[in-house]
Design a protein around this ligand. Structure first.
Ligand SMILES: NC(=O)c1ccc[n+]([C@@H]2O[C@H](COP(=O)([O-])OP(=O)(O)OC[C@H]3O[C@@H](n4cnc5c(N)ncnc54)[C@H](OP(=O)(O)O)[C@@H]3O)[C@@H](O)[C@H]2O)c1
Length: 292
């Protein structure tokens, strides 16, 4: 029996909770900010999975788990850290399942680095209400080859979600950042993926991605010169009405993961002496446009 705690039962946390709950060998605790009675996950084919995990809303009521899966947004580190104080013991492993390239740096002030496992996730999902999640497509996760990777793979062995250890995890997260950084233009314009079909917008996307590639290479990622073109082609071939999460968050008046998706390019660019004027402008404008 493995005790697994999921912190942040939103789109990703709720989907993972529902799938993990299907294994009776798992004892599941959900650490929530907004409570709910039970969890319902709607699958891409319309069928439903329901789960009744233990739901806590007060960090002081939590006890150390074998695994903690952090699925809050990248900007909710402080609130998440209150849970980690209670959920993490000396033998707990903590998987950080978030976007960006700074999974470990974000949580190193709160958890020993040897206990952390960064996870890259591709899983289209949205939260319709607390405890009601819709999974829109297949899900996959990539983790670095590390001592905790094999056990993390086992946690999901009974699910259709794939987990793949990768010796070059850094390149994987920077490739995803190339895609996500360009999505900031949708958030700025409040228009879906089809904006990439506008030639001028596509040219700005390429400039965002070229800055990301330059900084990522300085950080040690192996990124091809064709990345900018690949990203534009990806947005152009996506369903024209696809809304990325930065866009959805801005449209709903919620905080945005601007720092994790574009600010990081500016900050790490500065460290390496690489100019990133386009990302710098995007960060300033989105900060000014977002909730105060
Ligand atoms: N959704 C996707 O399709 C997708 C795909 C790939 C990657 N990602 C990444 O995965 C991460 C999670 O995204 P998401 O879409 O799942 O976000 P989300 O739907 O906004 O879920 C975040 C959850 O964290 C909860 N939370 C915030 N502070 C908390 C606290 N102090 N204690 C307990 N729970 C707390 C929120 O609670 P409330 O209910 O109170 O707001 C919410 O349930 C992000 O880094 C995102 O970029 C998402």
């Amino acid at each position: 029996m493995k005790h697994i705690a999921i912190v942040g039962p939103g789109a990703i946390g709720g989907t993972l909770t529902a799938w993990l709950s299907r294994n009776s060998e798992h004892d599941i605790t959900v650490a929530a900010r907004s409570t709910f009675a039970s969890l319902t996950l709607q699958l891409p084919d319309g069928s439903l999975i329901t789960a009744q995990p233990r739901i806590l809303t007060e960090p002081n009521s939590a006890a150390p788990a074998d695994w903690v899966l952090v699925t809050t947004k990248a900007y909710d580190v402080i609130g998440t850290s209150q849970w980690l104080k209670r959920l993490v013991g000396p033998r707990t492993r903590v998987a950080i399942i978030q976007n960006g390239v700074e999974h470990v740096e974000r949580f190193a002030p709160y958890v020993a680095v040897e206990q952390l496992l960064p996870v890259m996730i591709d899983l289209p999902a949205e939260r319709q209400a607390p405890g009601r999640i819709r999974q829109r497509g297949a899900g996959r996760m990539i983790v670095p080859e590390s001592p905790h990777a094999a056990e993390f793979v086992q946690l999901f062995a009974h699910t259709p979600l794939t987990v793949t250890p990768d010796a070059d995890f850094k390149t994987q997260v920077w490739k995803k950042l190339c895609v996500n950084s360009a999505g900031a233009l949708s958030a700025m314009l409040l228009k879906p993926a089809m904006i990439a079909r506008h030639d001028g917008v596509a040219e700005i996307m390429r400039a965002i991605v070229r800055e990301c590639v330059a900084v990522g290479r300085a950080e040690g990622a192996r990124l091809d010169d064709s990345m900018a073109e690949q990203v534009v082609n990806g947005y152009r071939s996506a369903p024209p009405d696809s809304v990325n999460s930065l866009h959805a968050d801005r449209a709903a008046g919620r905080p945005m993961e601007t720092d994790a998706r574009n600010g990081v390019i500016v900050r790490l660019g500065r460290k390496h002496g690489i100019a990133t004027p386009i990302n710098q402008m995007i960060v300033a404008l989105l900060e000014a446009a977002g909730p105060t």
